[in-house]
Design a protein around this ligand. Structure first.
Ligand code: URA
Length: 209
């Protein structure tokens, strides 16, 4: 299932990110802000329970988060800026990291780093990857989460931008995983970039171009 967050604030900030004149500092801030707003939507269905407490006025029942604890998992390196923003919203969440590179011969994603919370199987997992392009890295990352015991129904893939090609790969490989994104763009170009897109998210976040 794909949820596109059409909120005007998200769409406006995404347009600023697309603009090639937007510099590193502003781009990084916008990526964090859009990530927070995506998280607001992605976490809409978190369980609540009633807790009894006393306000300065009366005693009553009030909602508090309950149910599964949360994990944020960044796909390196561009996913880092997303988890760093979202963890401010859910400071008790544990944070994992998955690093992948593409084997130049086989073009298959190969994990070079994988550090996940030991109890990932018992958590709601929010995977962050700003750009869902071919879907290869995200699919491999989700596979390693499932291998570690996470249930697909507990995994949400959070992407600032997506391409239809990447969505199709995730829907094929992981139909039980929900995708939350700010936009589904037109297509990938011959170099694997999302069109119209915003360029290389990692380079724009870290100023490495
Ligand atoms: N990764 C990026 O950073 N940008 C794209 O357009 C595609 C993949």
């Amino acid at each position: 299932m794909v949820t596109v967050v059409t909120h005007p604030l998200v769409q406006h900030k995404l347009t600023l990110m697309r603009d090639e004149r937007t510099g590193v500092k502003e781009f990084r801030e916008l990526a964090g802000e859009v990530s927070l707003l995506l998280a607001y939507e992605a976490m809409r269905d978190l369980d609540l329970a009633q807790e009894r407490l006393r306000t300065p006025i009366v005693e009553d029942d009030f909602p508090v988060l309950s149910g599964k604890k949360l994990a944020l998992v960044a796909i390196l390196r561009a996913g880092l800026v997303m988890t760093e923003a979202i963890v401010d919203l859910v400071p008790a969440a544990k944070v994992g990291h998955i690093g992948l590179y593409r084997d130049p011969q086989t073009l298959a994603p190969v994990a070079y780093y994988n550090k996940l919370p030991a109890d990932i199987a018992d958590r709601r997992v929010f995977v962050t990857d700003p750009m869902l392009a071919t879907g290869g890295s995200a699919s491999a990352a989700i596979r390693s989460l499932k291998d570690a015991g996470a249930q697909g129904g507990n995994i949400t893939l959070m992407c600032i931008l997506t391409a239809p090609e990447g969505i199709a790969v995730i829907e094929r490989d992981h139909p039980d995983v929900r995708i939350v994104t700010a936009a589904v763009d037109s297509h990938l170009n011959d170099h694997g970039y999302i069109v119209p897109g915003l360029g290389d998210a990692g380079d724009r976040i870290y100023g490495t171009k």
